[in-house]
Design a protein around this ligand. Sequence first.
Ligand code: CA
Length: 221
Amino acid sequence: MHVLLIEDSLDLSANIGEFLKSRGHAVDNALDGLKGLQLAATDSYDAVILDLGLPGLDGLTLCRRLREASRKDVAVLILTARDTEADKLRGFDAGADDYLTKPFSLLELLARLKALVRRASAFKGVLEVSDLTFDLSTLLIRRGTRAITLAPTGMRILEQLMRASPGVVTREQIERTVWGNDPPESDAALRGHIFTIRNAIDSENEPKLVHTVHGAGYRLA
Ligand code: CA
């Protein structure tokens, strides 16, 4: 993997960088947000590890601008000392794919990165549910005429829901799609992704397409 590490703590940056390199991955470092955005938007990385508290430009703003700059395909994993639900939701809303709360294990970081990158693999065709369309080759998502932007993980969940529509997709099925055999302990991350998808698809349109099936999972119909 070619990884961009945006982290202003020299110790942590060296720590993560050395670990990833020792496992055979290429790592570029940025110590502030502006340099990080510049690198992330111009170069071709498989994944970005992004600290939230950064000088120059904070991580959430960086992530949002990166998605706006059309790097919709790069996996973004947020590192955060913050551990509240609201912070995680803000992270997903800004376009992040996953997060780790400091302190974390380097092995878990690597496992999460690999999982994100593996699942960013290509798929083809156009899915359609009501006036929602998802072109799997161009990754263009539309609700009616409105273009919808989602991070790679959000797109994978949406693809799963659209393929199963009008059937229910269980939480476990979605977790397997997103995290493989290594799902997070709490379901906050999954709920965060669903929140973001629902917001993107249903906030400006009727009828609502994303439905929670209590005790089971989610369905799109
Ligand atoms: Ca920091």
